[in-house]
Design a protein around this ligand. Structure first.
Ligand code: GLU
Length: 416
């Protein structure tokens, strides 16, 4: 058994603490979450039976502002994972210099097995159970794995009904019609793209002529696949939980997106030119750019040595373990880390939160311009530190993110 997600998160804190010479008190402080709430969600199923689900909401740090982070619905969700994901949100918001902390939530459930009514009841009951620790100035949830704008609308409505007034700023990633932001849905993919352009420039690679492999075909993997396909890149392989498809001449991404949008799995797609591959095979496929955009712990010490690409860009949170990081660094493969690579989502979530508070909405051009500016500023800072100190992009990103949190803790002091 490898390390759990939260053990990985703590190991990353140890690695950066050593690099920065962080005071042991701060190291100890950062390896704990501020609060974690475990809730039980009883749901009356359509057939009259009762099912019990477990949900979580964790605040890792609110020293720089209200908590921020998504909610995932997945059978793999557990407290350890949510603690890790909340910790990574702290670093992500800090790295972009957003006035927000790190939080995350989840329910251990396979939403594909629920009817729309059951899903709505689950979402509303979960929201009621965590109502005292969320709010526009406490903690602002957002979409994550298997959650979407409709689910955010139910959260917003449940919260608002309980408070007796409409409070759109309680969650981001809402439909545009009820206080959502234009550009939020593709924002994570857009952020990945800006990072990809930036790293290609540094490595003298012409992005359009790179071959690409993408693990995951949801909001993150699907969007970046679409953007890169439109750019003219050759996408050699993509996958979802059912498995992957490979074609050395490049997959027709537009058709695959339609296929999965219609509720189908990739492995059932019929095209005799395409080979069906496993997720494991996909990660070690020879390519120029590898984008793990599914779940945590995908590239580990077991398969890292077989990875054959020029650059990795992390669409998912935590897809590479610290042991694998070391192997990849020694192999000279740069990894644009999750807290920078996939930060476009939370960045536009921040814009949505600001727009809701001001009740004044921006146009798409402004969203994308400001997103690009924030992502590229962070990218340049990270790249510079990694060059100066000869450390990985991840450790460099952590140096910046952890320094800002450490400074905030020092300035605020320890209560009482
Ligand atoms: N779930 C996304 C993430 O992991 C977005 C979080 C947000 O927008 O608050 O970054």
């Amino acid at each position: 058994m490898g390390l759990s997600a939260f053990e990985v998160a703590k190991k990353q804190i140890d690695i950066v603490s050593k690099e920065m010479g962080l005071h042991p008190n701060l190291n100890k402080y950062l390896k704990r979450v501020e609060r974690a709430l475990i809730v039980t969600i009883p749901i009356k199923m359509d057939d009259g039976s009762l099912e019990m689900f477990e949900g979580y909401r964790v605040h890792h740090s609110t020293v720089r502002g209200p908590g921020k982070g998504g909610i995932r619905f997945s059978p793999e969700v557990n407290l350890d994972e949510v603690k890790a994901l909340a910790t990574w949100m702290t670093w992500k918001c800090s790295l972009l210099n957003l006035p927000l902390g790190g939080a995350k939530g989840g329910v251990c459930v396979d939403p594909r097995k629920l009817s729309k009514g059951e899903l709505e009841r689950l979402t509303r009951r979960y929201t009621s159970e965590i109502i005292n620790i969320i709010g526009p100035d406490i903690d602002i949830p957002a979409p994550d794995v298997n959650t979407n704008a409709q689910i955010m609308a139910w959260i917003m409505d449940t919260y608002s009904m309980n408070k007796g007034r409409s409070i759109p700023g309680v969650v981001t990633g809402k439909p545009v019609e009820i206080g959502g932001s234009v550009g939020r849905e593709p924002a994570t993919g857009m952020g990945l793209f800006f990072n990809l352009e930036a790293i290609c420039k540094k490595k003298n690679l012409d992005l359009k002529s790179q071959s690409i492999v993408i693990q995951g075909f949801g909001n993150v993997g699907g969007t970046i696949a679409e953007i890169l396909f439109k750019e003219g890149c050759k996408i050699l392989a993509v996958s979802d939980i059912s498995g992957g498809l490979f074609y050395n001449m490049g997959l027709e991404i537009d058709k695959l997106l339609q296929w999965t949008k219609d509720g189908n799995y990739l492995k059932d797609y019929k095209d005799e030119r395409y080979n069906i591959i496993t997720n494991d095979e996909l990660l070690t496929t020879e390519c120029d750019i590898l984008i793990p955009a599914a779940l945590e712990n995908q590239i580990t010490q077991k398969n890292a040595k077989n990875v054959k690409c020029k650059v990795i860009i992390e669409g998912a949170n935590g897809p590479i373990t610290p042991e694998a990081d070391k192997i990849l660094f020694e192999k000279g493969i740069p990894v644009v880390p999750d807290i920078l690579a996939n930060a476009g989502g939370v960045c536009v979530s921040y814009f949505e939160y600001v727009q809701d508070i001001h009740a004044y909405f921006w146009e798409l051009d402004r969203i994308n311009q400001e997103l690009k500016k924030i992502i590229l500023t962070a990218f340049e800072e990270v790249f510079k530190i990694s060059q100066e100190r000869n450390i990985s992009l991840r450790t460099a990103a952590y140096v910046i993110a952890v320094s800002r949190i450490a400074k905030a803790i020092e300035l605020r002091g320890i209560f009482p």
